[in-house]
Design a protein around this ligand. Structure first.
Ligand code: NAD
Ligand code: GLY
Length: 361
């Protein structure tokens, strides 16, 4: 078992990483203020992992409601969120009933938001079952739903009490989803961990082949990086924004193509390449650095060329980003490989990056 601690003053919690955590529920039951939980999952994950978790909890004397939602980013909406509230209210779930998110980032973000607002806040545990959710979305307390005009625009900061990352659940993850998770793993190397970037260059084939030790190390190191940044800046007043490398461009790709057309991790990957092109155009990273970034992302099975939405459309979509401040779009840029900062870009550099990194119109 690998344990990463998120040392928030007001709400510290553990991220536990190991295979086969789902049927040993002692760590969950130890936290419950009442012997009652609602497991929120979706119709893909439920047939795979709901039963062992539910059985183990019931064997420990816990009353379990299961809420099974439709699957997909396009369902990360008010309407689907309301299905959680409908189920909680119909079951008379109480203020001490714990919500458990069992699934990927979509389920984790929606369940977290539901936990933040149901009866003004109920306890919440994350059981992430995608690589992306294990290395990123289950950690740090960002919860949200999408709006047709912008990604993750409606939500709350609300921390879980525990994160259980069961690596065995990754066995059933489609290859495309595994690659999507690797985008966020590569992000940690690029923003401030050169040694991890170099480790990823050496181990990317093992990760794509789902080597157990390589995956365990990548999840642990990613969570350590995220926990350090979140502990220093929980509500994103400063350095937490670095975790958005590639996301200003990436969210524009997701919204511009329609949510779900590209996976979040795919859009982030292509967005990181655009951010690298911009950093290269500014003269901050070398030709060789740019080539290394593109090579690693490509070897992870991810897109390195962005869709041709058009310059004006990209600008329009990026103007909806949550980092926009007094009308100015903020980007996460690379000063070097493994060193990033938050900055603005001249329009000509945005244009140069899009020209270099987008498919021909
Ligand atoms: P997802 O939740 O849509 O899951 C991907 C797919 O894999 C889904 O079809 C899901 O049902 C399926 N799945 C999940 N676990 C599986 C398993 N073990 N075996 C087989 N199939 C499985 O997508 P995701 O990539 O996990 O998360 C993306 C979401 O996370 C986006 O909405 C993004 O905005 C959000 N996100 C949030 C944060 C945060 O800090 N809160 C960070 C990064 C991303
Ligand atoms: N995924 C970005 C963050 O948690 O801040």
């Amino acid at each position: 078992m690998r344990t990463v601690k998120l040392d928030l003053d007001h709400a510290p919690y553990d991220i536990l990483i190991a295979r086969n955590l789902l049927d040993s529920v002692d760590r969950i039951t130890a936290l419950l203020p009442q012997k009652r939980v609602a497991i929120v999952t979706n119709e893909t994950v439920a047939p795979l992992y709901l039963e062992p978790l539910q059985d183990a909890l019931e064997a420990a004397g816990v009353q379990v409601e299961a809420v099974v939602l439709p699957d997909g980013e396009r369902f990360k909406t008010w309407e689907t969120l309301n299905l959680i509230f409908d189920a909680l209210l119909a079951a008379r779930a109480e203020r001490k009933t714990t919500l458990i998110a069992l699934g990927g980032g979509v389920i984790g973000d929606m369940t977290g938001f539901a936990a933040a607002v149901y009866q003004r806040g109920v306890p919440f545990i994350q059981i992430p079952t995608t690589l992306l959710a294990q290395v990123d979305s289950s950690v740090g307390g960002k919860t949200a739903i999408n709006h047709p005009l912008g990604k993750n625009m409606i939500g709350a900061f609300y921390q879980p009490q525990l994160v259980l990352a069961d690596l065995a659940t990754l066995d059933t993850l489609p290859a495309r989803e595994l690659s999507a998770g690797l985008a966020e793993v590569i992000k940690y190397g690029l923003i401030d961990d050169l040694a991890f970037f170099e480790w990823l260059e050496a181990n990317i084939d093992a990760l794509v082949a789902r080597d157990t030790d390589a995956l365990a190390y990548a999840v642990e190191r990613s969570c350590q990086n995220k926990a350090r940044i979140v502990a220093a800046d929980e509500k994103e007043h400063g350095q937490r924004a670095l975790l958005n490398l590639g996301h200003t461009f990436g969210h524009a790709i997701e919204a511009g193509l329609g949510y779900g057309a590209w996976l979040h991790g795919e859009a982030v990957a292509a967005g990181m390449v655009l951010a690298a092109h911009a950093s290269h155009a500014l003269g901050q990273i070398s030709d060789d650095d740019l080539a290394r970034i593109i090579r690693l992302i490509e070897k992870a099975g991810l897109p390195v060329v962005s869709p041709a939405l058009g310059f004006e459309r990209y600008l329009d979509l990026m103007a909806q980003d949550k980092k926009v401040d007094a009308g100015k779009i903020k980007f996460i840029l690379l000063r070097n490989l493994g060193a990033s900062y938050i900055g603005e870009l001249p329009v000509a550099v945005i244009q140069a990056a899009l020209t270099a990194g987008c498919a021909p119109a």
